[in-house]
Design a protein around this ligand. Structure first.
Ligand code: PXP
Length: 246
């Protein structure tokens, strides 16, 4: 039997819309409450260095508004480490971050950055924050995650999502194989594999069907769909598709 796949909803882009006008509507906290009310399993929020969507004060508001675990996506910087230690989210997912990028393009080079990641991963783990590394699904990065003692990795599904969008069926198949092989290898080594980035109603099912993957984190598409059908309905449909694939 395959265990239930958790859905973490990334609410960053509710804050993107709010910030476009500089006021406080739409409030990402209201989105978090909706996620909780429709049975989402967690709230994911990325506090970016430039605060382009989620702001510092949103974190505490989200944490006090729902009982759902907060997965804080963060760059591996002293500033973000200090914020994570102060807020103590359930999980911290370390992501690469470049100011000029539109979104998180590509995974964290956990292998190349090993020495600078050691103290950050150690401090988060000592504070009982579940550390996840947002990496490309390959052996080099997985091996680095193992050496760093990360209990979780999140595989970047961006390449898969792009290939899917471009109708490149061979690339879709090879990406799926890569993610699926690495999910099996992670699980075999005691690391819990998650996945996310660019997932939609159309492309979620093959990823959701990978039995070792325990959690998907999905944001942009759900918030985009919410404009047309409402956040509640968009989350319910994603949940149904994920369950059907399992
Ligand atoms: N997981 C991580 C680590 C992310 O950084 C993001 C956002 O880039 C997501 C999941 C969600 O991606 P998307 O908004 O494309 O669904």
């Amino acid at each position: 039997m395959t265990s239930k796949l958790r859905l973490g909803v990334n609410i960053d882009h509710v804050a993107t819309i709010r910030n476009a006008r500089g006021g406080d509507h739409p409030d990402p906290v209201r989105a978090a409450e909706i996620v909780a009310s429709v049975g989402g399993d967690g709230i994911t929020a990325h506090l970016r260095e430039d605060r382009r969507h989620i702001r510092d004060e949103d974190l505490a508001r989200i944490q006090s508004a729902t009982e759902l675990p907060l997965n804080l996506e963060m760059a591996a910087t002293p500033e973000m480490l200090e914020i994570a230690l102060r807020h103590k989210p359930h999980a911290a997912c370390i992501v690469p971050e470049k100011r000029e990028e539109r979104t998180t393009e590509g995974g964290l080079d956990a292998a190349g950055l090993h020495n600078s990641l050691v103290p950050i991963v150690d401090e988060l783990r000592s504070a009982d924050i579940r550390v996840s590394l947002f990496i490309e699904a390959n052996e080099r990065q997985l091996d680095a995650a193992l050496r760093l003692g990360a209990p979780v990795v999140e595989f970047h599904t961006g390449e898969y999502a792009h290939a899917f969008l471009d109708g490149e069926s061979e690339k879709v198949a090879s990406e799926l194989k890569r993610i699926s092989d690495m999910a099996a290898l992670a699980a075999k080594n005691g690391i819990e594999p998650h996945a996310g980035h660019g997932l939609t109603f159309e492309n979620v099912q093959p990823i959701a069907a990978i039995p070792q993957i325990a959690e998907l984190n999905i944001g942009h598409y759900l918030v985009g769909e919410a404009v047309f059908v409402g956040l509640e309905s968009a989350i319910r449909r994603m949940r149904d598709l994920m369950d059907e694939a399992r």
